[in-house]
Design a binder for this molecule. Structure first.
Ligand code: AMP
Ligand code: GLY
Length: 422
């Protein structure tokens, strides 16, 4: 089979490595991929948002199955466009991808179907939003409606910050049209859990849980990033919590989407907070998480392509999905300064024996030499029988990978280790 994967980060590298384990897979094209995954896929310089070019490439090259991994092309309708020319795809269509593409849609869906989430108000007028924020409880959580590269959430501790966020999103349009509407919601507290789940629109099968480390600095300080590391499973996510989430969140969400005429097929990402009043949805994503995928897929024992095709064909109920009862840790090596300003272009060396453990996100080939080309450069994953061993091993591997301005958080997994002891 010829497979096409849309996207070019660490998540896509993890998906590609896992897909390669299926013996029927002959070729994987990555659009655009990156220089660091050139050994695993044929990288083609077509951007993830260039939908017409993606479709043209898929048709011309006889692609049998496409996996659309990032949010942007899903929200723009890449799956619809590929399906229209007869190419089967993993991922939701445009109507279903709205669950991530519009926070207003997602919040209204949860309200309508009684799915637990933070209380909220929607604003289309900046003056009304500012009036409300003059007296709203603090901290206030302010979210741009549309996609914003993971930066569209402001947790305002003061009224000044809250008003500044409204001005930036709704008047200065720092996230473009994504700020035409905003959601202001209640501030929740509790441990966060990421759960990625396969669904075919009817059946939902969760993968092993995970914990992201979103802030740039140790001890969860500094600005939000795309994710500086992950561990799986998440020790806060007990069997009892999992059962509650299935009954009150996962199944109701899948049923709600079907009832709205937007059946969701693909990977639905539940960003959960385990509050004193039970698990609540912080956000939905219409795709695999990054870097959650880099710990979840290495623990997956079932064949990824088979499960993906079952979500497309509506046969997930009879498809086995099994995970190893082991632990994984992924440490992200970033360019010093990320997520703000940073330098790139530094030569990057990855020892050959670590190739299976490294998922490259931001690197390119420059006259045959691999050099850094992004904020998050790569993730290093280790799998072990205990969380402590997985963390230790991931850092040992990370020590052996060098580039000039490498930065990583030293405390990935420490919160999870403490939780294990509680
Ligand atoms: P998101 O981009 O939606 O994942 O939000 C980024 C981060 O903001 C989340 O991982 C949470 O840590 C935090 N967050 C979002 N919504 C809330 C909320 N209602 N209460 C507390 N923290 C939140
Ligand atoms: N790691 C969070 C996300 O993928 O959105």
């Amino acid at each position: 089979m010829k497979i096409l994967v849309v996207g070019g980060g660490g998540r896509e590298h993890a998906i590609i490595k896992k897909l390669k384990q299926n013996p029927t897979v002959q070729t994987i094209y990555a659009l655009p991929g990156n220089g660091g995954m050139a050994q695993d896929a044929v990288c083609v310089p077509i951007g993830a948002k260039e939908i017409e070019k993606i479709v043209e490439f898929a048709v011309q090259n006889g692609v049998d199955y496409a996996v659309v991994a990032p949010d942007d092309p899903l929200v723009l309708g890449a799956v619809d466009a590929l399906n229209a020319v007869g190419i089967a795809c993993f991922g939701p269509n445009k109507a279903a991808a709205a669950i991530e593409g519009s926070k207003v849609f997602a919040k209204n869906l949860m309200k309508k179907y009684g799915i637990p989430t933070a209380a909220y108000q929607v604003f289309t007028d900046p003056r009304a939003a500012c009036d409300y924020l003059q007296t709203a409880p603090l901290p206030a959580v302010i979210k741009a409606d549309g996609l914003a590269l993971g930066k569209g959430v402001i947790i305002a501790q003061t009224r000044e910050e809250a008003l500044a966020a409204v001005h930036a999103m709704m008047e200065d349009k720092v996230f473009g049209a994504s700020g035409n509407q905003i959601v202001v919601e209640e501030f929740l507290t509790g441990p966060e859990v990421s759960v990625l789940a396969f669904t075919d629109g009817v059946t939902v099968k969760p993968m092993v849980s995970s914990m992201d480390h979103k802030r740039a600095g140790e001890g969860d300080t500094g600005p939000n990033t795309g994710g500086m590391g992950t561990v799986a499973p998440n020790p806060y996510y007990t069997e009892a919590v999992a059962q509650t989430c299935m009954e009150t969140i996962f199944l109701p969400t899948v049923r709600a989407m079907a009832a709205e005429g937007r059946p969701f097929k693909g990977c639905l990402y539940f960003g959960l907070m385990l509050t004193p009043h039970g698990p609540k949805v912080i956000e939905y994503n219409c795709r695999f998480g990054d870097p959650e995928t880099q710990v979840v897929l290495p623990l997956m024992e079932s064949d990824l392509l088979t499960v993906m095709q079952a979500t497309t064909n509506g046969t997930l109920a009879t498809c086995e999905l099994r995970f190893a009862k082991r632990c994984a840790c992924c440490v992200v090596l970033a360019s010093e300064g990320y997520p703000k300003t940073y330098q790139t272009g530094f030569p990057l060396t990855i020892p050959a024996d670590l190739a299976d453990s490294v998922y490259v996100a931001g690197a390119k080939l420059d006259q045959g030499t691999l050099v850094t080309a992004g904020g998050r450069v790569l993730g290093v994953t280790a799998v072990a029988d205990s969380l402590a061993d997985a963390i230790h091993s991931a850092y040992q591997k990370a020590e052996r990978i060098h580039f000039e301005n490498a930065y990583c958080r030293r405390d990935v997994g420490q919160r999870a280790l403490l939780a294990e002891k509680e």
